[in-house]
Write a protein that binds this ligand. Structure first.
Ligand SMILES: [Zn+2]
Length: 249
C-alpha cells in the first residue's frame, strides 16, 4: 500500500509537470518515479540501503539471466513480463547507481536532477534532453553510462586477473592487472590488503577503460600485497563476482 501510494504521488511530477512521452519513453516517468521511491521507501522503513530496487545485487542477478531488454524500447515493444524490469527497475537502479556510487556525490547529482526538472517543467523532454541537461550541470561526460545502461543490455563484469610486484631503486610497486570482460565499464573500487594486514581503498575512474578492456594499475606499496578485491562493498551490479578477488597464491 505504501509502495503504490508513494509511486502514484510521484506521477504528479513525472510526467504531469515534466511532460516526457510515456508511450515512447516510459522509463522517463516510471523510472524516475521508481528512483525517487527508493528513497521514500528507505525513509518510510528506516532502512539505510535498498533491499530490492536500487540494490546492485538484485540487478546483477537479473542482468546475468540474459532476459534484460533496453529501457529505451517503447513500452508496447517490451514483453509484458519484463516491463517492470525495463521501464521501472532498471532506470531506477541505474540512477541510484549514478547518484550513490558512480558520481558518489549526492549533492552534485541532486543539483543536476533539479536543474533538469526546472528546465523541462511544462515542456516535453526526450531522453537526449535529460542526458544533455544532466551532463551540462554535472560538467561530466556520461555518454558511456547512458549508452550502456539505457540503450543497451551490456553487463558489468570487472575482474582482477593477476598481481605482480616490481622492485627498483625507488621502492616496490604493485602491478594490478584489471579487465572488464563485460561491455559496460564502471569506475573501479579496489581494496588492497598488505602482508601486515593493513588495507587501502582506491577508486580508479571509469576513464581507465577508454583505451580498451584491459588496464594495468601501478601503485607504490609499503609492503607485499597479498589480496586485491574489486568492489568489496558490492555497490556495483557485477554479474560475475568470482573474478573480483585475487589472493597471493
Ligand atoms: Zn507509475
Amino acid at each position: 500500500m505504501f509502495g503504490v501510494t508513494t509511486h502514484e504521488l510521484g506521477h504528479e511530477w513525472f510526467p504531469m509537470v515534466v511532460g516526457s512521452n510515456e508511450r515512447l519513453y516510459a522509463w522517463m516517468d516510471e523510472g524516475f518515479n521508481t528512483f525517487i521511491n527508493i528513497y521514500s521507501t528507505l525513509a518510510f522503513y528506516s532502512d539505510t540501503a535498498p533491499r530490492d530496487r536500487g540494490n546492485a545485487i538484485q540487478w546483477a542477478r537479473f542482468a546475468a539471466s540474459g532476459l534484460d531488454v533496453p529501457s529505451m524500447l517503447p513500452a508496447d515493444r517490451v514483453p509484458p513480463p519484463l516491463l517492470g524490469q525495463a521501464e521501472y527497475n532498471k532506470p531506477a537502479t541505474g540512477l541510484y547507481l549514478l547518484r550513490e556510487h558512480i558520481l558518489a556525490d549526492t549533492a552534485r547529482f541532486d543539483a543536476a536532477f533539479r536543474e533538469y526538472i526546472r528546465r523541462w517543467a511544462y515542456k516535453h523532454p526526450t531522453p537526449a534532453d535529460f542526458f544533455r541537461s544532466m551532463e551540462d550541470r554535472l560538467g561530466e561526460d556520461l555518454s558511456w553510462f547512458w549508452r550502456g545502461w539505457f540503450y543497451r543490455t551490456d553487463v558489468v563484469d570487472l575482474a582482477v586477473d593477476s598481481v605482480r610486484a616490481r622492485t627498483d631503486s625507488t621502492g616496490t610497486s604493485a602491478l594490478v592487472y584489471l579487465s572488464s570482460p563485460g561491455a559496460l565499464p564502471m569506475p573501479v573500487d579496489l581494496r588492497l590488503t598488505y602482508a601486515n594486514g593493513a588495507t587501502e581503498d582506491v577508486r580508479l575512474p571509469v576513464e581507465i577503460w577508454y583505451l580498451g578492456n584491459r588496464y594495468t594499475y601501478q601503485r607504490k606499496v609499503p609492503t607485499e600485497v597479498v589480496k586485491v578485491e574489486i568492489d568489496p562493498k558490492q555497490n556495483f551490479p557485477d554479474v560475475r563476482r568470482g573474478n573480483n578477488t585475487w589472493m597471493k597464491p
